[in-house]
Ligand binder design. Structure first.
Ligand code: HEM
Length: 441
């Protein structure tokens, strides 16, 4: 650096400081609009795809530029770590929270269960859970009874993951306990970042969730396979026989993680999909016209609906990271210890990547020309080594569900929440009560 008196310090062109929104601007934006996502959107709009802001003294770098996203998640994941102490209260040392060698070992054990081939093993269980919800929906349609779409989807998603984990359908008592998971996860982001003890407000719920996990482990030990064959929990118990690190506590942590990570995400995605179809009924008809039941054409059209929903509402809308070392990110200097927020929600709505980004257009995913070529222009499941473990599972379960439900009913919402609530996942900001109509086509 040139330090001669009178000259300006020269910053090497390749390591410019990250542009930063002034505190006055941040304050004004927050008082004008309120929500964090609006602030993030303003910061991105004004300062670009790698930009900083300060909230109550904590400096955070927002990352939406696809090159920078790819750099952090896929090219140099060792330079940026996940350090979420809060999540540990619920998921302990599971694959979601572990780092380094422990994470590698845990991920290696679970990965084969979740590849496209591994997931096929769970197809029958997914179909059984789909039949249960389809039957329930037929009864709702017959009687004209009101249903809550988000709640229905959550029930379905918990049933699916429970069947995959244990080999058994979900029973009512377990369902009651697991229905408190959203209340627990909603509290987590409100806690201090370095929290180490469970707050009273959720302690009782967490203890009940714990007890459910432990009795599922005991049951799996007593009965080597459920009626639908072994579950994932059997694979974990099997690993424990050879690897001392798979204590009952770690098996519990993995089980809870798969339950938590594996249901709210898929449930909100399908709920958003139905809300989007409510505003764009032609998209449903086009998907159903794409080919007959069970044809690859129909399947691709249904998957395009799912992907376009995940573009607009990526359930995991924000991915926090901390720089483990000094780095250069898209030409900007990042110091070790810097907190970063990667925001797929904003990348997916960048008009330079996605023309007319607010428009719901599943056609973007039916032809290669419909979407940008950069791999990090669309990453609802993350990317790189920490890509969502359950991606194939989630896509399969949502596809099978919609292949059954879409032709059978149209959903008439009593009112449609148009705004989103940004918590751990991005959810509709209002009730999703509806009645089911017989199909229009
Ligand atoms: C629409 C559905 C889903 C979405 C949008 C989604 C999204 C994501 C994203 C973005 C990540 C990466 C987080 C990061 O890099 O910080 C992730 C990680 C993870 N997901 Fe999912 N997910 C979905 C469904 C599922 C399902 C069904 C399961 C389990 C059956 C699951 C299990 C996991 C696990 C265990 C991780 C942590 C992986 C690791 O750190 O190695 N997810 N998910």
């Amino acid at each position: 650096m040139d330090t001669r008196a009178g000259s300006l310090p020269r910053v090497p062109a390749a390591r410019l400081p990250v542009p930063e929104a002034g505190a006055d601007l941040v304050e004004r934006w927050l008082s004008d609009r309120g929500a964090l996502v609006d602030l993030l959107s303003q910061v991105r709009g004004r300062f670009g795809g790698v930009a900083a802001f300060r909230l109550e003294d904590a400096r955070t770098v927002l990352v939406t530029d696809p090159q920078a996203v790819q750099h952090i998640l896929a090219r140099h994941p060792e330079r940026y770590v996940q350090g979420e102490q809060r999540a540990r209260l619920l998921v302990g040392d599971s694959v979601l929270a572990a780092t380094g060698e422990a994470w590698k070992r845990q991920r290696r054990l679970l990965q084969p269960q979740f590849t496209a081939t591994g997931t096929r093993r769970y197809e029958q269980r997914i179909t059984a859970a789909v039949r249960t919800v389809a039957e329930r929906w037929r009864a709702y349609a017959r009687t004209g009874q009101t249903l809550d779409v988000e709640k229905e989807m959550r029930r379905f998603a918990i049933d699916v993951i429970w069947r995959a984990l244990t080999g058994h359908p979900l029973d009512e008592a377990t369902e009651r306990v697991l229905s408190t998971v959203p209340a627990v996860t909603a509290v987590l982001p409100t806690l201090p970042a370095d929290v180490t003890e469970v707050p009273d407000a959720v302690a009782a719920d967490l203890a009940r969730i714990d007890a459910v996990a432990r009795s599922a482990i005991d049951a799996a030990r007593a009965e080597p396979a459920g009626p639908d064959g072994p579950g994932l929990v059997h694979a974990l118990i099997g690993a424990a026989a050879e690897r001392p690190e798979y204590t009952d506590q770690l098996i519990r942590d993995e089980l809870i993680t798969l339950l938590v990570a594996g249901h709210a995400t898929t449930a909100t995605t399908v709920t958003w999909l139905y809300l989007l179809l409510d505003r764009h009924p032609a998209a449903r008809e086009q998907a159903l016209a794409a080919g007959g039941e069970g044809t690859p054409h129909r399947r691709r059209a249904v998957q395009a609906l799912i992907h376009e929903t995940l573009r607009l509402y990526p359930a995991a809308w924000i991915l926090p990271r901390r720089a483990a070392q000094d780095d250069t990110l898209a030409g900007h200097a990042i110091e070790a210890g810097t907190d970063l927020l990667i925001c797929p929600y904003l990348t997916h709505r960048d008009p330079e990547l996605w023309p007319d980004p607010e428009r719901f257009d599943p056609g973007r995913f039916t032809t290669a020309a419909g979407r940008p070529t950069h791999p990090a222009a669309y990453f609802p499941f993350g990317m790189g080594p920490r890509t969502c473990l359950g991606m194939q599972f989630a896509l399969r379960e949502m596809t099978i569900l919609l292949e059954h439900l879409l032709p059978a009913h149209t959903v008439a919402f009593h009112s449609t929440p148009t705004k989103a609530a940004f918590g751990i996942t991005v959810r509709p900001d209002g009730p999703t009560l509806a009645t089911l109509n017989p199909p229009r086509s």
